[in-house]
Write a new protein. Structure first.
Length: 202
């Protein structure tokens, strides 16, 4: 029983467009984290997501990031969302709901997740600076999470409660997202229980 559930909670996704080529391995129940997207700040955020969510995450991306990281950030969000959808399977036995708060110095974010099967993103975050580091537009944080939510089948509410530094703001969002996703995807102990009054998550 345990081995079967464990296998179901893994995903492998390969996605290729004219702009990016992405390979993803995801294990909801843990493992090593390795990220190489050619966008250093995105790598930093995904590393935080994997480690604080306690997921096994191996993701590589090649593409046109040297021109503009937009396509890479959006496509990685899409691919990771597809991975979560695949790894969750029929979603029986999961907690379904999760939330997380993560402070980083002056920044504080809150993320609330419902593994509802109905994709929705509410993103309320006024980033205090337009650019993070050399060339990572703060607006890309929302692009990543929109791609993720729309392709994972999750309902997500992301709120940046306060921040004065855009790097801290983004990292607080990713860390609180990791905590929320971890709690929402935990198994409750009954692999046949569908956490829905409708009998289906869709």
């Amino acid at each position: 029983m345990t081995d079967t559930v464990f296998r179901i909670r893994r995903a492998r996704i390969e996605r290729e467009t004219l702009e990016t080529r992405i390979a993803l391995n995801l294990d909801l129940d843990g493992g090593e984290v390795h990220v190489d997207t050619e966008v250093p700040f995105l790598d930093h955020m995904l590393d935080a997501l994997g480690r604080h969510g306690r997921f096994g995450l191996d993701i590589t991306c090649t593409g046109d990031a040297a021109m503009d990281p937009h396509h890479t950030v959006e496509d990685v969000g899409i691919t990771l969302g597809q991975g979560f959808r695949q790894a969750l399977g029929d979603r029986k036995g999961i907690a379904r709901y999760g939330h997380g708060f993560a402070p980083l110095d002056e920044a504080l974010a809150r993320v609330v997740v419902d593994c509802s099967g109905r994709p929705f993103l509410h993103f309320e975050a006024v980033m205090p600076e337009p650019v993070i580091g050399a060339d990572f537009a703060s607006s890309l944080v929302e692009e990543f999470w929109r791609g993720f939510a729309m392709n994972s089948g999750l309902t997500m509410h992301i709120d940046l409660l306060r921040a004065r530094n855009a790097h801290h703001a983004a990292e607080s969002i990713f860390k609180s997202g990791a905590l929320a996703l971890h709690h929402a995807t935990r198994l409750t102990g009954d692999p046949n229980r569908m956490p829905s009054t409708k009998g289906v998550l869709a």
